[in-house]
Design a protein around this ligand. Structure first.
Ligand code: AVJ
Length: 309
């Protein structure tokens, strides 16, 4: 399939690589190849978040459903392939309406029409939007309260201050009364680092794919074998960091602009913040989300929170 280049991609890349230290935004990981690699990551033995969240949602479905109620409009920002939504929709018997939103309108339509076949009694109204900028509501007359569903620990990609603003916008831009959100929890360094530096090298390929995408879409000449994946746990900031490290002194041309790299210089490509339940509840509280209810797994690897506004 053809990846149509987002017009803001070039601007974001040129701006990020002109900084010192150099940065790239993680939202650009997900072209077709990157999305496929991410699906592979989710199956890795070391990458616990996806399967742990899934098992929490499945095992606690009845409880979650009774807390949520079904007389709501469920809205999922950045819904992607709608895999997580399926688990929740199974549990929410009698739910009337589901609104998945995603940046890629074509993928979203395809996923939504599959979902309609599985859930013929639920109105599925996809909307294309970039939730980091704005949450679009479809033009429908339905005054049931909105519940935001934000699984996958996507919130961990944002700086805590940005995360707070995003959670506030979720409430203000949709009038939502409830927020069901998946959050990865702090744990020992070994478990965390292994999840982002797997033995099979899939996360490395995922990280390096960003350079491949820049080469293809932005007329660039990154020599992929001259960069190396690096993941570390920054304990004082409670986040996993992913970097691409230059293995020599080199320069790269992107859209006619030249970027110089020192030997060992890193491009910071992603942060994945890890929270304690207390710290996340306090962050959400500042955004107007209160009365946290937490479901977690036996090992407290991952948390699914329900908040009220
Ligand atoms: C999709 C942001 C939740 O931070 O764990 C996985 C992305 N990056 N492996 C995460 C990711 C490397 C993932 N999130």
């Amino acid at each position: 399939m053809l990846d149509r280049t987002d017009p803001t991609f070039r601007e974001s890349v040129l701006k990020g690589l002109a900084k010192d230290p150099k940065v790239l935004e993680p939202k650009w990981f997900y072209d077709a190849a990157g999305s496929a690699l991410f699906d592979e990551i989710c199956e890795l033995p070391e990458y616990y978040p996806t399967r742990t969240e899934k098992s929490i949602l499945e095992e606690r479905a009845a409880e979650i459903a009774s807390e949520l109620g079904n007389d709501v409009i469920l809205y999922e920002p950045g819904a992607g392939s709608l895999q997580k939504a399926r688990i929740l929709l199974e549990a929410l018997e009698g739910l009337a309406r589901f609104i998945p939103s995603d940046i890629s309108a074509a993928h979203l339509e395809a996923a939504a029409s599959d979902l309609r076949k599985a859930f013929p009694d639920i109105a599925i109204d996809p909307v294309a939007c970039d939730f980091t900028k704005h949450l679009e509501m479809p033009a429908i007359a339905d005054d049931r309260p909105v519940t935001i569903f934000f699984p996958g620990s996507t919130i961990g990609n944002f700086e805590p201050g940005q995360a707070e603003n995003l959670l506030r916008r979720f409430r203000k831009e949709t009038g939502a009364r409830q927020l069901l959100i998946g959050v990865d929890l702090v744990k020992d360094r070994e478990t965390l680092v292994a999840a982002y530096d797997d033995a099979a090298g899939v996360t490395a390929a995922f990280n390096l794919n960003l350079l491949k995408r820049i080469n293809r879409e932005l007329e660039a000449d990154f020599a992929l074998h001259q960069f190396q994946h690096h993941a570390l746990f920054n304990e004082s900031r409670s986040r996993i960091e992913m970097h691409l490290e230059s293995l020599c002194e080199q320069s790269v041309s992107i859209s006619g602009e030249r970027f110089d790299f020192r030997d060992g210089e890193r491009i910071h490509t992603e942060n994945s913040y890890k929270y304690t339940p207390e710290r996340f509840a306090s962050l959400a509280g500042k955004a107007g989300w209160v009365k946290p209810h937490l479901w977690t797994d036996q090992n407290r690897l991952f948390g699914v929170f329900l908040f009220q506004s």
